[in-house]
Design a protein around this ligand. Structure first.
Ligand SMILES: Cc1cc2nc3c(=O)[nH]c(=O)nc-3n(C[C@H](O)[C@H](O)[C@H](O)COP(=O)(O)OP(=O)(O)OC[C@H]3O[C@@H](n4cnc5c(N)ncnc54)[C@H](O)[C@@H]3O)c2cc1C
Length: 360
């Protein structure tokens, strides 16, 4: 890496994959003054474009270990990035709070214990007699929903964030190549990324942010990295607005694992991100709306007005995400089957630190 040390600001970094992880790495590294090229043939079709944008960090119930550290760092970094990105989209913000609900008494007891033990002022239990819970129980025609509220967690509009990142990267004159990389190799101190159209792109460093396909580009026998596809689905449902006023409900909440966002008086988005198949369900409405013993009548009669899905990569045999410096200027940042949006700031900071080490 001697030549790199001498050429910090001249160094060229290729980022393969332009989902939230590739774009965030480009953001972080462009701030450090590197020359950057992002390569992606199909960025509009990736899983980042399907995401619901939940930033669910502080309510994570295991407050130790790598996963918590990444969440904690990201929660702290997000406000700084929002301020920076606001120059390109003044409406960009994280809509807070976030509410997590359950009808399961045992799970609720766990939530109570978690809040009691952590004594975190940003988390509160929502009992059955709170106004929020009363409204939710009324709307969902049930009596046994309870949960917690987190004032530090929330939701960002995923598409708006991706578009804002594009504007930022364009302004920073980041080079974008609309092609697929089929091979990477090292030759004479340089990485050569070869596109499907046989074009060679040279760089000092390569960062693999191409989700499932990252394993195709590395010598997998020596690195032994396994990634499995995981589906996530979401629907927009239109309902008869005389039966319930969706605008009386919180803007983002989760009941028994399903994420729910009322977006107008008669429309809501429901998303499910925990599905271990790869093909979208035919009867997605049934699958996504079955989160209570009995469906409220207005939801039963609801019409699906939009549906979408995304396929993410889940590491097998190791924790998500996979962040590895494979040495010699090759870095892997993949395996974000969940929480890619939440964790993007902490993970790209990790990558930037690894790259800074090459020059120190
Ligand atoms: C329905 C749904 C809801 C979700 N909700 C949330 C949420 O609320 N909060 C949250 O934090 N996360 C959420 N997620 C998860 C989140 O979407 C992922 O964690 C995140 O998008 C992963 O980003 P990525 O950049 O790693 O992958 P991707 O967005 O999939 O990007 C990978 C890119 O690599 C490109 N690529 C692949 N191979 C090559 C190649 N050979 N050469 C060049 N480019 C290549 C692809 O074209 C693609 O654009 C959700 C996901 C789904 C599906």
């Amino acid at each position: 890496m001697k030549s790199l040390k001498e050429n910090f600001h001249k160094a060229h970094i290729v980022i393969i994959g332009s989902g939230i992880i590739g774009k965030f790495n480009a953001l972080e590294l462009s701030e450090l003054g590197f020359r950057i090229t992002i390569i992606d043939p199909a960025e509009q079709k990736n899983s980042s474009n399907a995401a619901l944008g939940l930033l669910m960090g502080n309510m994570y119930q295991k407050r130790r270990g790598r996963s918590w550290d990444l969440r904690k760092q990201s929660i702290e970094l997000w406000p700084r990035w929002i301020e920076c990105l606001k120059k390109f989209n003044y409406e960009l913000n994280i809509q807070k709070p976030l509410i997590q609900l359950t009808t399961n008494e045992e799970k609720f007891k766990k939530l109570e214990k978690f809040i009691y033990e952590n004594n975190d002022l940003n988390l509160q239990i929502l009992e059955r007699d709170s106004i929020i819970i009363k409204n939710i129980n009324n709307a969902f025609q049930t009596k046994n929903i309870k949960g917690m509220i987190s004032f530090k967690d929330g939701r960002i509009n995923a598409i708006s964030l991706l578009n804002t990142l594009d504007k930022y990267l364009k302004n920073k004159k980041i080079n974008f190549v609309n092609e697929e990389i089929i091979k990477i190799r090292k030759s004479k101190n340089q990485w050569i990324s070869t596109t499907k159209n046989k074009r060679d792109i040279q760089s000092d460093i390569v960062i693999l942010c191409n989700s499932l396909k990252a394993v195709d580009l590395i010598d997998n026998l020596s690195h032994n990295i396994k990634l499995k596809p995981v589906l996530g689905q979401a629907i927009e449902v239109s309902i008869n607005e005389t039966e319930v006023d969706l605008l009386k409900l919180p803007k983002q909440f989760n009941i028994n694992g399903k994420n729910i966002f009322p977006i107008s008086k008669n429309k809501l988005i429901i998303g499910s991100t925990d599905e271990y198949s790869t093909k979208p369900e035919k009867n997605i409405f049934e699958k996504v709306t079955n989160f209570l013993d009995k469906k409220p009548t207005w939801l039963m009669k609801g019409q699906v007005t939009k549906k979408w899905f995304g396929v993410r990569s889940r590491p097998e045999g190791e924790a998500s995400p996979i962040m590895k410096n494979l040495g010699d200027g090759l870095i892997l940042c993949t395996g974000f089957y969940k929480n890619g949006f939440l964790l993007a700031p902490a993970c790209s900071q990790w990558v930037a630190n690894e790259i800074k080490n090459y020059f120190s």
